[in-house]
Design a protein around this ligand. Sequence first.
Ligand SMILES: [Zn+2]
Length: 129
Amino acid sequence: MPGRPPGDPAAALRDARAGALRRLGGLTGHVDDLVAASAGSNADDEHDPEGATIAFERSQLGALVRRERAQLAEIDAAEARLTAGRYGWCEVCGRPIARERLDVRPTARTCVACAGHASRGAVAGRLRR
Ligand SMILES: [Zn+2]
């Protein structure tokens, strides 16, 4: 992030929001194109190879759009924490989150140690299923 002084979470969140909105705008523009393309082609997904491709691309895009929307929700939550004076404190153990982690991931809710526990738990959960 050129031009941004280190340790400015409000600016980092603005940058993150601008990036997510830019990606979302590009994605939803693309989704609209695909919807128009499939509406015009009278596509049958099972027999029309192009229709199947459009359906596949649409589902891939849907996942990307959901990811960007989730990111925006995280940014909203982080800005709310900033306003409330709770930004930068781990929601699990209550200790401060390292500055370097917030620089990389301004929406972080937990410190590195707690995030590590959480993601190891998620991996274990997936393996059990
Ligand atoms: Zn923690």
